[in-house]
Write a protein that binds this ligand. Structure first.
Ligand SMILES: NC(=O)c1ccc[n+]([C@@H]2O[C@H](COP(=O)([O-])OP(=O)(O)OC[C@H]3O[C@@H](n4cnc5c(N)ncnc54)[C@H](OP(=O)(O)O)[C@@H]3O)[C@@H](O)[C@H]2O)c1
Length: 267
């Protein structure tokens, strides 16, 4: 009886929460698609969100208004090129200037170009590594000293294609960058873990976004959709709640992991 009382008393005290109330989250590439869904979900959980865009200010402002109208978290839109070190720094500076701190960094912005070995050139390679690897790594470096210890969160984005046998030859540079980011996340989890900051990777399967649709015929999209047991493409809202959960206190014991959110596309 005594033990039972102790257990229930301790669970009342220590039960970690999925709420993000009062947290500040910076999400690169969050005016549309997966990033926008993450921003909305985190706002619904109470976070103050920095919505990042590079072209589409109207889309970014729409996300900001959706978060503000929900009435829990605040939001601002920041134009910054997240493929450059300067853009990343600007984003972090604006977050601190507006909200006073940063708790969560989600490195979602990325490109998925399509070229085989025969077609690839240096500019294409550099473009992919700049936005998918170099800028996220240096944003992680810049944010690390600012993150709370314990409680800081860094979440990188890879792809379930890094482990799918259906990989195609034109995914050369894209998957080289995603492989690199997965390794960066593993190592940083060991490094920043000493300060009780978690570092994880989210690896979606095919998600119905403009980036994913680009250059694909409907028949190709249909055949990809059939490659998971749900027989549909993923939606941004399939991905976002998992990112919000990983950012929460409830996920304090998950670090160094690559979470494949793909409806069974790769098992
Ligand atoms: N979709 C998939 O099937 C899939 C699968 C696996 C992994 N992923 C990964 O998931 C992440 C998001 O993909 P997505 O499909 O949602 O992308 P998306 O549809 O292309 O959306 C891109 C978002 O990023 C912003 N953005 C693009 N370049 C930027 C830059 N240089 N600086 C700042 N913001 C920038 C865009 O803003 P603007 O509106 O201003 O252009 C937009 O908000 C990527 O890392 C991708 O590799 C996607």
């Amino acid at each position: 009886m005594k033990m039972k009382q102790q257990a229930s008393a301790s669970s009342q005290i220590f039960l970690p929460s999925t709420s993000l109330l009062g947290k500040v989250a910076v999400i690169t590439g969050s005016s549309r698609s997966i990033g926008a869904s993450i921003a909305r979900h985190m706002g619904e959980q109470g976070a103050n969100v920095v919505v990042n865009y590079v072209n589409d200010v109207a889309a970014a402002e729409e996300v900001v208004q959706a978060i503000r109208s929900h009435g829990k978290g605040g939001a601002i839109a920041v134009r910054a090129d997240s493929s450059t070190l300067e853009g990343g720094k600007l984003l972090l500076d604006e977050a601190v200037k507006t909200f006073g701190k940063i708790d969560i960094l989600v490195l979602n912005a990325g490109i998925m170009g399509s070229k085989t070995l025969n077609e690839v050139d240096e500019a294409f390679f550099d473009q992919h590594f700049n936005i998918n690897v170099k800028a996220p790594l240096f944003m992680a470096k810049a944010v690390a000293p600012l993150l709370p210890s314990p409680g800081g969160r860094i979440i990188f984005f890879s792809s379930s294609l890094t482990t799918a046998s259906t990989v195609t030859p034109n995914a050369l540079c894209y998957l080289a960058t995603k492989g690199a980011i997965e390794q960066i996340a593993r190592v940083l989890a060991k490094d920043l873990g000493s300060r009780h900051i978690t570092v994880n990777t989210i690896s979606p399967g095919p998600v119905d976004t403009p980036q994913f649709r680009e250059g694909k015929a409907q028949s190709v999209l249909d055949s990809i959709a059939k490659q998971n047991p749900f027989r549909r493409l993923g939606e941004p809202d399939d991905i976002a709640p998992i990112v919000a959960f990983l950012a929460s206190q409830a996920a304090q014991w998950i670090t160094g992991q690559n979470i494949r959110v793909n409806g069974g596309f790769v098992v």
